[in-house]
Every structure is written in C-alpha cells, then in structure tokens.
Design a protein around this ligand. Structure first.
Ligand SMILES: [Zn+2]
Ligand SMILES: [Zn+2]
Length: 678
C-alpha cells in the first residue's frame, strides 16, 4: 500500500508498536492551556498513527512527588496523597473532555512506580553510578528541619536574582543544586536558614558524556530538543544530587530519611505506566524499554534537559533503552504576554473554556494550527474566533453541510457512482502531504494540508453548483455530489485526529454506526457502507462577537485582580516590624538659629537645641521659611541618622516636615528640648 513507502525516515515500521507518552502534569493545580500545548499535539499524533494502521500505546499519569505538593497540601490541611488523588482525577477527566484518551493514566505515587524506581536506583548503585557525599544543605533552626528545593528561597549564585531552592525561576533559569542558593530563607517560617552538613547521594551524570554525545545526534523528534541537549553536553555535565530529606516520595534504597529527587521517579513513571497498561491488557511492557519498539516522549520545551540528558543517562546506567524520539513544544503566550498564572495571563481549561460549553475541538484546532510545534504559541480570543469561524465553520462546515444536505434531501442518499480520478488524486495528495509533515513533527503544515483539501472541496461544490446542474443534467449533479461525498469521507478520517468530536458526528452523518477512529486512511478513497444518509445537521457553530467580548472581559478582570494582589503584596513587603521602627530615634528639638547656605536655593543650615547637646542639621526648606522666623520653633528631629555632607556642610540629623510645602512637625504641648518621641 502506498502509505507504507513513506515510513522509512522517522516513524516505525508497521509491525512494531509505538509507545507515546506525555510530560506528566504536576498535581498541585488545575489544567490550563499551557498543558494542552503539549497534550493536544501528542493526541493528534497518536490518532493519526492509528488511522495509518499503526499500533500505538499512549500512556501518561500525574507527577505527585516533590516539595510544592507537600507545601500546597500543608496549606490546605490535607495529605500530599489526597491532594495528588484529587488533581490526578481532575487531569484524567479534563483530558478526556479534550478528546485526549490515554490507554493508561497512572500516578507516580502508586506502588508500581515506587517499586520500579527503587529497582532502577538500586541498579545504578550496583553499576557504580551513584556515590555518597556530605554537602552543606539549607537547614531551618527554628523549624528544625532540612529545607529541600521549594522549602527555601534566596539569591541565585549565578545571576543574583531572587530564586527558588531548586531553580532560578526569575533570573537565569539555571537548575540549582541543594546548598547552592545564597542567603537562604525558610519558606515555612520566613526565618533565616543556615547551612548544615548532611550526607546525600549523587548520580554521576558526567560519566555519560560520551554516551550522550553519540546518542543525541540520532535522537529523533524535534530539533530544539536535540540541539539544546547537545549544547549542554558540550558545556560539560555536573553530577546530580538525587536525594532529598523529605517524608513524601520514593524512599532511597536503604535509607529511612531520604527520598529520591522527584526528577528521578517522575520519568520512571513512563515505564511504570507502561507496566500498568501491560498488566491490564496482557501486553508486553519490556518490548518498549528493553527491546526495539520505539518510545516517543512529548514534552514542553522547558523540560528538555531532564528528558534528553538526565533521563537517557539514567536509563542507560540501569540497563534500559533510551527514548527513540523527544518532541518538544514551544511555550504559550496569552494576548502576546508571557503565560503567567500569578499575573493572570492564563486560560484555565475548565473554568475559562469547557465549563462555558465551548467545543473542545475548536481549542484543539487552534492549538494545532496556530504555529509550528516548536514555536511560541499566542492565544487570543479574537484570533480564536477568526480561525474557528473562517476556517472550520466557513470552509469545512459549509462544505460538509452543503454536500450532506443535497445528497440526503435532493438525491435521497449516496448516488450509485464511483468518485472521479481527479478527486481521488486530490485526496491522495492531501494524505501524502499530511504524512510528510507529521514525519517531521510539523503539525501546523499537516493541518494546512488537510484544510487545503477542505478548501478544494468547498471551491469544487461552488464551481460545479449541483443545485443548478440538477435542472439540466441530473446525472452530472449526482457525479458532483458523489465526488464531494468522497472528499467529506476522506476529510472526516483525516480530521478525526484534529477534531475528534466533530469528526465522529460527521462520520455518523455519512451513515456509519461505528467509530471513525477504527477506520484507516486507506478507506479515504473507498466507497460507503450504506446508501442511506440520516437527516443532515449543522455540526460547526459560529462563535458570536458578544461571546468573545465576554471571554476577553474575564481575562482582563483576572489580570487586573492579579495586579491589585501584587500591589498589596508589595505593600506588605514594605512593612516594618515594631523592632525595626524602634531603631529610629526621634526627639523634640528647638531651633536656635537658621541661615542660608551660600550657592544653594533650597538648603538652610540650622542649629538645634536637643537638651543635652546642640546639633547642626542641613534641611531643604529654604523656599518655604525665612531663616529668622524659624528661631525658637519647636521641631521633631531624627537624631540617629548617619552624618552626611550637603553642599559641603555637615548635617547630623533630619528635621521632619510634611508635604510638598514642608510643614514642620511639632508637639501639641511644649516639651523640653531633648524629649524622646515614643
Ligand atoms: Zn540565576
Ligand atoms: Zn523555618
């Protein structure tokens, strides 16, 4: 069959099943558009491969370990397991609603993954890839505990920006090893942390440089993953501290107080979920991880290091096969602003989208068609509306409805004719083009190839106008509609990977009672099961302007709320304690005399009586007071300011004044000079 000639380059041969995985969502918050940026293309790829006749196993699961979950769970007064189960269910349900259907969606905290992680770590120990080392770790003397990763904040040792314990999130983006962070502050009590010695375990990543240098150029997938990873290997690899002092996680073999770092057991989840799938189905998980069947990871670009450097080394060191391909998606922007949950630039999958009754397919289409997989994707409601209305509704929807309506209503079903060669050639062209693009993980081009067939169909029915032809040449009209129906069928199978919900409806409107996912692309050019067509329906609805305005307003309000929140947080940060305030020494003073300073319009040299001493203070009030009228004036003075020279004149304190016009502060009742202000 023609399809099989194309498989040589990137994708597997037909009798080898394929394992596709998606980066694991972290169970401390709900699903958003940033997640979907990776999951939707992965699902598209899987569906397409299945339509091609490939056997694909699609697994994923949630990432449950690490400190952020412990901190979030503590804040809510629940256990990390409870929090993980809640979000695990949330993700699985949300993905299903988005048409993303995994063969197994597991949890990294489940027994399979604990067992597999310990087995792999033990193998790494046995193979001499792990060593012990005493390190200086952040420790909070007040909370009496070591502070792993997110439990500590401080300054990045590389760029000097504020950073989290495990990564410089606001500055240079570098991964930080335990103990590296400067000026550590405990996240639990806000107190200063200190450094204490503790024994930890390190993975000799450096030992795998040669292996990675050979492996990475052959790694399939997107070039961004390959190139970033090769760059890091060239820069030189540092050993990874793979243990943490925490109660939550997979126990390090032989230790009671240490768990493995979350980035060890998270990717091992891919393997455990495959095992769980195999257990359920009687399949063979080892063919993917020890054999020749390829593994393809779909991930976000921000975790390339973990998947292309750390993970292959870990697998290699423990005697498993490294992945065949890593497909890394670009990041997401909202209204041309960097995606940020805290700043409100986010679209929540349920709250902002599915719960409003919006079609999961429309968002899938946007995510797949907007830009190349490795580029940054911008989401805006206006652009969303334009694409849905112009491309899906006007082109595909219009063509489908006109064809199905004419066939059902005017011709009583599918005409008994064969599609013309020209039409079959057009379908074949679209399939070949789609195939070529998918082999290069260029999903946007694949969508364009499919949509081009839609545009062809739309133009074809418009030009040949069967509704006119019917009057003069009924057989000709039937031929046109038969051709159009063939294109609708081909498009339905192709579009099932993009918009599965709408494609299934279209499939049913073509008279089929089964699932379109069970049909291969080879059927795009074959006939129909039945000549009877059900009543035609409109399956693509336009998105109205008022709706878009509403959605935009929600986004704007969220950004505003985030701004206000940030403001009040800053206010809070600016607050001082009573002890800090008590450091300022304030006293009542009486001005003895004041005089102008030569050459300065603003400054006065003022002598102040402070009871047991006399002070000279330079004050910027010359524009508002005559020096003579200041004599005998009672004022309030900051008396413990460090001395400063203004216009060459020494100043030993500050006279307090309010407002632009420098209204001098004084006491209500006369007090003796030198009286303390308390
Ligand atoms: Zn930094
Ligand atoms: Zn503390």
């Amino acid at each position: 069959m023609y399809l099989y000639h194309l498989k040589a380059k990137n994708i597997v041969m037909s009798d080898t099943p394929l394992l596709v995985t998606c980066g694991l969502p972290y169970t401390n918050g709900p699903c958003h558009i940033g997640h979907l940026r990776t999951y939707v293309p992965a699902d598209f790829f899987v569906r397409y491969m299945r339509h091609k006749g490939e056997e694909v196993i699609f697994v994923c699961g949630s990432d449950n370990h690490g400190t952020p979950i412990v901190i979030s769970a503590e804040a809510e007064g629940i256990t990390p397991r409870e929090m993980s189960e809640r979000y695990n269910e949330h993700f699985e349900t949300t993905f299903k609603k988005m048409g993303i259907d995994f063969d197994r969606f597991g949890m990294t905290d489940d027994p399979t993954n604990h067992k597999r992680t310990q087995e792999i770590v033990q193998k790494l120990i046995d193979n001499n890839h792990i060593y012990k080392k005493i390190i200086n770790q952040s420790y909070c003397p007040h909370c009496q505990m070591f502070l792993p990763d997110r439990y500590v904040e401080g300054t990045c040792p590389h760029c000097g920006e504020k950073a989290r314990g495990d990564e410089c999130d606001q500055g240079c983006g570098k991964h930080l090893e335990p103990g590296e962070i400067k000026d550590p502050i405990c996240k639990i009590c806000g107190g200063k942390a200190e450094l204490r010695d503790q024994e930890h375990y390190f993975f000799k990543l450096g030992d795998f440089s040669d292996f990675l240098e050979e492996y990475l150029p052959q790694l399939k997938g997107t070039s961004n993953a390959r190139n970033y990873a090769s760059g890091w290997v060239k820069e030189g690899l540092h050993d990874w501290c793979i243990t943490r002092t925490l109660n939550w996680g997979v126990k390090f073999p032989g230790s009671e107080e240490l768990v493995v770092y979350v980035w060890v057991d998270a990717p091992i989840g891919y393997m455990s979920f495959t095992e769980e799938w195999a257990e359920k189905t009687g399949g063979d998980w080892e063919q993917f991880w020890k054999g020749s069947s390829p593994v393809i990871h779909f991930i976000g670009q921000d975790i390339v290091y973990h998947h292309c450097v750390f993970w292959p080394a870990l697998l290699k060191g423990a005697g498993y096969m490294p992945p065949d391909a890593v497909v890394a998606s670009g990041m997401v922007k909202i209204d041309d602003k960097k995606f940020s949950k805290s700043r409100g630039y986010v679209v929540w999958t349920n709250e902002d989208y599915l719960d409003l009754g919006l079609s999961s397919d429309y968002l899938r289409y946007y995510l797949l068609s907007y830009t190349s997989h490795t580029k940054e994707l911008n989401f805006s409601w206006k652009e969303y509306q334009t694409r849905v209305n112009n491309e899906l509704v006007d082109t595909i929807g219009n063509f489908f409805y006109r064809t199905l309506h004419f066939a059902a209503k005017k011709l009583g079903g599918i005409p008994q004719k064969e599609p013309e060669q020209e039409i079959l050639a057009e379908i074949e062209k679209a399939i070949l083009e789609t195939e070529r693009s998918i082999q290069e993980y260029e999903f946007k081009s694949a969508i364009e190839a499919i949509m081009a067939l839609g545009s062809f169909g739309n133009a074809y029915i418009q030009t040949n106008a069967p509704w006119k032809l019917m009057k003069t040449d009924e057989e000709g009209a039937k031929q046109v509609i038969r051709n159009c129906l063939q294109i609708v069928k081909a498009l339905t199978i192709l579009l099932d990977a993009v918009i599965p919900d709408k494609a299934q409806k279209s499939w049913e409107l073509l008279g089929y009672g089964d699932k379109v996912i069970d049909h291969t692309l080879s059927e795009a050019k074959t006939g129909f099961d039945s000549e009877i067509l059900p009543n035609p329906e409109i399956i693509f609805d336009k998105i109205e302007d008022e709706k878009i305005e509403e959605y935009e307003k929600t986004l704007r309000m969220r950004v505003e709320t985030a701004k206000l929140k940030e403001k009040s947080q800053k206010k809070e940060e600016n607050m001082i304690t009573i002890d800090e305030f008590a450091k300022v020494e304030l006293k009542a003073g009486r001005i003895i005399e004041a005089e102008k300073i030569d050459g300065s319009k603003k400054l006065l040299r003022i002598q102040v009586d402070l009871g047991d001493e006399k002070r000279q203070i330079v004050s910027g009030i010359a524009q508002f007071y005559n020096p003579e009228e200041l004599a005998d004036q009672d004022v309030i003075v900051v008396t413990n300011l460090k001395p400063a020279k203004l216009f060459g004149v020494e100043s030993n304190g500050m006279i307090l004044a309010a407002g632009e016009e420098a209204s001098l502060l004084t006491t209500k009742i006369k007090v003796a000079p030198g009286t303390k202000v308390l």
